[in-house]
Design a protein. Structure first.
Length: 344
């Protein structure tokens, strides 16, 4: 749902809200009513637009329904660089942490045209948030999401198209010839008749969709049911007890007889055995240690005789380049050529 509010009305309501704020300061004992919230850009990251640029110049109006179900603006505020806004409302509008009227938050672009709410009208409804130091704070149920394509900010607003500058008239570079007769003026043809357009089709504005409150539920008295018929269970049969089996006691265990210990035999005295002498161990013979022999002296060989150098033979003379054979025919156009030089 879109709310169309003219720009002049926005400025008027802004001053009215300032007046209400001033009266609230004078009467410090009364509780003040404030609406706070946050705006959110839906597709700024996809279109590579800074959020501070998208929020510049945007305004928020608080519109409430009166007794005739008509929307009336009671407060105006601007969004800061972070998208936050704060709008003061008249103190008479709230009573016991509730608003006396249904109020909604509406975003407006730089051109004062209302922006489409992406979250629906339910996300812009004003509800109670908290109360601190005599100040009742209300806020929308969700963030005010918008798109910069449909809600243009001051940064993205197109520049004013100035009129083109008029250039001075150019000088005429030709000479007039008065002795030549000018052509007679052409007669003006009548203009075609004006095209009569049909009247434009009327634009019907549909009334706002009424929001019906749910009817209170009708509670019916509970039905009185008759008492249930008692169901008697049959009595259990008389148990038949079997005779108990006889109990047999175990035989008495007699203590073991007292053992009769015989005296131990005397400890034998052993004589020491004579010592056993082993023969001495036979060691293997020692390995002899040989001194190294002196090196054998060899006579040095005599030096080899040097090979005499080979004489270099001169290269044979190169054969002479064959000469071009003389031409025996003449040129068909130039005739005989001069004789060739002896170099060739």
């Amino acid at each position: 749902m879109e709310f169309l509010v003219p720009r002049g009305a926005l400025v008027c309501f802004f001053y009215v809200s300032l007046l209400f704020a001033a009266t609230g300061i004078c009467y410090g004992g009364d509780t003040s009513v404030v609406v706070v919230g946050i705006g959110e850009c839906a597709d700024c990251a996809q279109k590579d637009i800074k959020t501070s640029h998208a929020f510049s110049g945007l305004r928020v109006t608080i519109d409430c329904k009166n007794e005739k179900e008509e929307l009336k603006t009671i407060g105006v505020g601007e969004l800061d660089e972070e998208g936050k806004f704060r709008v003061s409302l008249p103190n008479e509008l709230a009573n016991d942490r509730k608003l006396k009227q249904e109020c909604y938050a509406q975003l407006h672009g730089e051109s004062a045209s209302p922006c489409v709410a992406h979250g629906g009208i339910e996300s812009t409804k004003i509800v109670f948030k908290s109360e601190t130091d005599g100040e009742q704070m209300f806020s929308p149920t969700g963030k005010l999401r918008f798109s910069p394509t449909t809600c243009t900010s001051a940064f993205l607003w197109p520049h004013f198209k100035h009129p083109k500058l008029k250039h001075p008239p150019l000088k005429s570079f030709y000479h007039s010839f008065p002795h030549h007769k000018l052509l007679p003026p052409l007669p003006k043809k009548p203009c075609p008749p004006k095209l009569v357009l049909p009247p434009p089709a009327p634009i019907y504005k549909y009334p706002p969709v009424p929001i019906y409150k749910p009817k209170p539920p009708v509670y019916l008295p509970p039905k009185v049911l008759p008492p249930p018929v008692p169901i008697y269970k049959p009595k259990p049969p008389v148990p038949i007890y079997k005779p108990k089996p006889p109990v047999y006691l175990p035989p008495k265990v007699l203590p073991p007889p007292v053992p009769i210990y015989k005296p131990k035999p005397p400890v034998p005295i052993y004589k020491p055995k004579p010592p056993v002498y082993l023969p001495p161990k036979v060691l293997p013979p020692l390995v002899p240690i040989y001194k190294p022999k002196p090196p054998v002296f060899h006579k040095p060989l005599p030096p080899l005789p040097k090979v005499p150098p080979f004489p270099k033979k001169p290269y044979p003379p190169l054969p002479k380049h064959p000469k071009i054979p003389p031409k025996y025919f003449h040129h068909p156009k130039f005739g005989k050529w001069p004789p060739l030089s002896p170099i060739h």
